[in-house]
Design a protein around this ligand. Sequence first.
Ligand code: BGC
Length: 259
Amino acid sequence: MSTAHPLGIDVGGSGIKGAPVDLEAGDFAQKRLRIATPEVSTPEAVCDVIAQVVDHFDEVRSDSPIGVTIPGVVQHGVVKTAANIDKSWIGCEIEKLLEDRLQHDVVVVNDADAAGVGELNYGAAKGHDGLVIVTTLGTGIGTAIFNEGVLVPNSELGHIEIDGRDAEPSTASSAKTREDLTYPQWAERLQRYYRALEDLMWPDLFVVGGGVSKDADEFLPLLDIRTPIVPAQLRNKAGIIGAAVLATASQQRHGKHTG
Ligand code: BGC
């Protein structure tokens, strides 16, 4: 296949998933590949798996943009936080590591930012110009802020303090699973969280993503907040699609410097 689709790769706690993305359609151009995340998920071990994902897609050419998501703050290609991943990621120059390994330009971004970009371009936030906050509820809470369609990267609003404590450990969907909470019990925590967030940020729209968003009917109607709140639409495709969009935009801005 000789089409030059950008490749998106989503690094998660249990799987590393990638697919070429058709930017016209806002969907995968080929079936995605998923490889289990290595048990000890150091940057080197994860880079090995990312290389396997890249090798799998024979349409990746020397100038195809490659975007990779990481569940932590990524500033200028360097990982700065690791709330739910191996601490050896902190300080890792992941973009350089991957570029050396793959001999290819790579853009590395925060996972929630990528998912948000997917939703903004093709999903639940499409066409919304005001202040939009996309939240992903999973092992952690990821957030992406957009104002007039422009991403404010690395927002980390999953870690706002409620009652003097980081909101994430008690509010992420992993807390629901760990503590075996019913949807109404969990919704009480979500309500406090989204109220705190709307009081600080005054968004026009919340989008709720993450695996649990497929059950949004069970908990979103229970939330009494003033901001419209809707489920994400791209489900587990959002991160891969958003990473491909961001890598393409970066290539258009900076041109390529390898390949
Ligand atoms: C991290 C974020 C990430 C989110 C979702 C949080 O613990 O701090 O960077 O986006 O989890 O993976």
